[in-house]
Design a protein around this ligand. Structure first.
Ligand code: ADP
Ligand code: MG
Length: 316
């Protein structure tokens, strides 16, 4: 008891509260603090005068740390805020993470859950809350995105494993398809769902390079098994037969069998994609049947969602 008071007096003498601090004066401020008052009132029945007296060092510690945070000074445990607690009828201070710290941690977890291949950096900061709704052509896509997230989270909560189809975003260059995909992925990460975002043309290049080192199978596996998969910009590059049948076809087949939600973005509509992009002409013959089979899988996995509006890339 004597030691605590002495230690406290020593500490106080080093701290300039009110310029000329003395023990009684400082404690007057501590007891006038709203949180301290509230704590003492809440625990009236458990605290004897003796215990309050013994707890003065703790009350002071609480008061001091709280004010440091309020004044943006370096506190005892940055990122944590002091909380008064009662343990075995003795006053104590514990430290809990501040909202700022929790938010920062959430952001770190989010970035772990969203993985990508060949995507622009802007997807990291894409947020549904910042999705510009002023244009009609974007509202319905935004609504479809919210509906997907709701339904997906719902079936997770209910543990019902009900298949929720993804979106096939179609619209011209610059309307915000990639931005919307990134926003959906970041929103899903908040509920712990992991998403793979894949810029499909870049992935195709990566796979061709991986042939030498025999790594194509492993790369395809990672992508095809992701809880949520987003294939960005399909149709931006011409397809080889290998990429279409042994990469895209294999990925889509696996996802269909396992009912895993899959998103697409393309400048082509579904019909254009099927008729103009997927068929490959060999020996003068177009293999539209193979194109149809791929398209059936895309149709099963996603719902066509048109997006229109300004080309946002021209906006400064
Ligand atoms: P698309 O994939 O349809 O070609 P992007 O998603 O790449 O279009 O969007 C074009 C540009 O506009 C990008 O630089 C992107 O960051 C920006 N953008 C799109 N939507 C938004 C938004 N809601 N808020 C802020 N920037 C956006
Ligand atoms: Mg894009």
């Amino acid at each position: 008891m004597e030691n605590i008071s002495k230690a406290l007096r020593d500490r106080i003498s080093k701290l300039p509260i009110n310029n000329a601090p003395n023990y009684a004066e400082v404690m007057k401020q501590v007891y006038a603090d709203q949180d301290v008052k509230q704590f003492l009132t809440d625990h009236q029945s458990e605290l004897t005068a003796e215990n309050i007296n013994r707890g003065e060092a703790k009350l002071y510690e609480f008061f001091n740390e709280k004010n440091k945070i309020a004044n943006h000074e370096t506190s005892f445990a940055p990122g944590y805020k002091p909380v008064l607690t009662l343990s075995k009828n003795l006053i104590d201070v514990t430290y809990e993470p501040t909202e700022d710290l929790l938010e920062k941690r959430q952001e770190q977890n989010m970035s772990k859950l969203v993985t990508s291949v060949g995507m622009p950096k802007m997807i990291e900061s894409a947020r549904l809350s910042e999705f510009d709704m002023n244009e009609n052509g974007r509202n319905s896509a935004y609504g479809a995105a919210l509906e997907f997230i709701d339904r997906y989270n719902e079936q997770l909560k209910a543990d019902s494993h009900q298949f929720v189809p993804g979106l096939y975003l179609t619209g011209s260059f610059g309307v915000g398809k990639t931005y919307l995909l990134g926003s959906i992925a970041n929103q899903l990460a908040k509920s712990g769902v992991s998403t793979q975002l894949v810029h499909f043309p870049s992935f195709a290049v990566e796979l061709r390079e991986a042939i030498k080192s025999n790594q194509t199978g492993a790369k395809i596996d990672v992508v095809k098994q992701s809880a949520i998969l987003m294939l960005d910009d399909i149709g931006a590059d011409s397809l080889s037969e290998w990429i279409r049948d042994d990469v895209l076809g294999v990925i889509l087949e696996y996802r269909m069998q396992n009912e895993l939600p899959t998103f697409f973005s393309s400048n082509f509509t579904m019909q254009e994609f099927e008729e103009q992009h997927l068929p490959i002409t060999k020996n003068g013959v177009e293999d539209s049947l193979k194109a149809k089979r791929i398209m059936e899988r895309i149709r099963f996995l996603s719902r066509e969602t048109p997006m229109s509006g300004l080309n946002r890339r021209n906006k400064g």
